[in-house]
Design a protein around this ligand. Structure first.
Ligand SMILES: Nc1ncnc2c1ncn2[C@@H]1O[C@H](COP(=O)(O)OP(=O)(O)OP(=O)(O)O)[C@@H](O)[C@H]1O
Ligand SMILES: [Mg+2]
Length: 349
């Protein structure tokens, strides 16, 4: 049953025609009480009024509404939309049309909000990028100027300045490499070279690669007891190596002196392997946890301690794991430590 709010144009025309024809017929019957004349008047007036009212509604209201719909769809109406405009729209009540327009407005609002958010991201990205570039470039400029200004002739400082220049150039190169990796991952232009390999072996290689750093801090890098049984995963080995390098590098950087980094591996359901890297370092405060996978995001603690880095490492990890169709997560508690975990497909036969 149509409610008074949800009435179609046909129903509206019929009701109005009825409202007109019944009193007029009653009037005619009053002056000429012949039943067939009354009945004929009722039919003629009802049909005439119905046709006229419907025509007026369609011409003056629904044609205009059709224009609004065409405007809403913007592009040239597709065949489906043409069908809709021709056959379905004229059946709709004003209330249904209002709902359609509200839905449309809601969608546009969401689109605009997303564009504004992207714009804010873009601005923040440029700000961060120029900041990250400025620091090493100004340092290099300073060292070179000092060398040219006479320090080159002083053997006690010239080598030190050149070494500092070289360190800052390395930082720039790392930054550009990271940005390159992110943009390639974001554009989705890179294919994954999927292969079966034993995940523990890859981690041990990464422990080995980074041992110069962990040894410096006296940090022990181990595989958790009970997790040594070799598990074979199906993934892009070099990209997962990058994930391990970034996570272990963070665990060393933000880990405590003489601490321990522990990796664990679990088979979850039939098709996935869960990998976790835990440290007993500074930990990450609750309010930062949701944001640390964003590009350039660093906690205040990491910034103030000046432990290198530009905040791209975790963003790269997230991109790589998501490109594999898997997820990465973090659990952490201040002064207790952090655990970064991600899943991978287990061996493909
Ligand atoms: N294991 C960890 N313990 C404590 N804080 C961490 C840990 N891993 C990451 N963080 C925090 O998350 C931030 C982002 O990490 P990410 O690896 O993206 O950047 P980064 O290490 O600062 O720089 P980059 O990896 O680009 O050299 C870090 O700056 C640090 O504040
Ligand atoms: Mg890092």
């Amino acid at each position: 049953m149509a409610t008074s709010k949800n009435i179609s144009p046909q129903q509206l025309a019929a009701l109005t025609a009825l409202g007109l024809s019944v009193p007029i017929t009653l009037g005619i019957f009053f002056f000429k009480p012949v039943w067939w004349i009354a009945l004929a008047s009722l039919v003629v007036i009802f049909v005439g009024a119905y046709g006229l009212i419907l025509y007026t509604l369609q011409t003056f209201i629904y044609r205009k509404m059709k224009l609004i719909y065409k405007f809403i769809y913007q592009t040239k109406a597709s065949r489906k939309e043409e069908y809709y405009l021709k056959n379905i729209l004229p059946q709709k009540s004003i209330d249904q049309v209002r709902e359609d327009v509200e839905t449309w407005a809601e969608q546009r609002k969401e689109e605009i909000e997303m564009l504004q958010q992207n714009e804010a991201f873009r601005k923040e990205f440029l700000q961060n990028l120029s900041h990250e570039l400025k620091t090493p470039i100004f340092a290099i400029q300073g060292y070179v100027d000092t060398l040219l200004g006479g320090a080159m002739e002083k053997p006690e400082v010239n080598k030190k300045f050149l070494q500092s220049t070289s360190r800052n150039i390395d930082r720039l190169v790392n930054l550009v490499d990271d940005l390159d990796a992110i943009s390639k991952l974001e554009s989705g232009g890179q294919l994954l070279l999927m292969d079966n390999f034993v995940i523990q072996d890859l981690l041990k290689e990464v422990y080995e690669t980074l041992s110069f750093k962990s040894d410096e801090k006296g940090i022990k890098c181990i595989v958790k007891k009970g997790c040594e049984f070799p598990l074979t995963v199906y993934a892009d080995k070099e990209k997962i190596r990058q994930v391990f390098i970034n996570l272990v590098d963070n665990a060393i950087k933000y880990g405590k002196q003489f601490g321990t980094i522990e990796a664990s591996f679990y088979k979850v359901d039939g098709s996935s392997i869960l990998v976790e890297i835990s440290d007993d370092g500074s930990g990450i405060a609750e309010e930062h946890l949701a944001r640390i996978f964003e590009r350039f995001y660093r906690t205040d603690l990491a910034r103030s301690r000046q432990v290198g880095g530009s905040g791209l490492g975790l963003s790269i990890c997230k991109h790589i794991i998501e490109a594999h169709g898997q997820t990465i997560h973090v659990r952490s508690k201040i002064d207790v430590g952090s655990t970064f975990g991600f899943t991978l497909f287990s061996k493909k036969d």
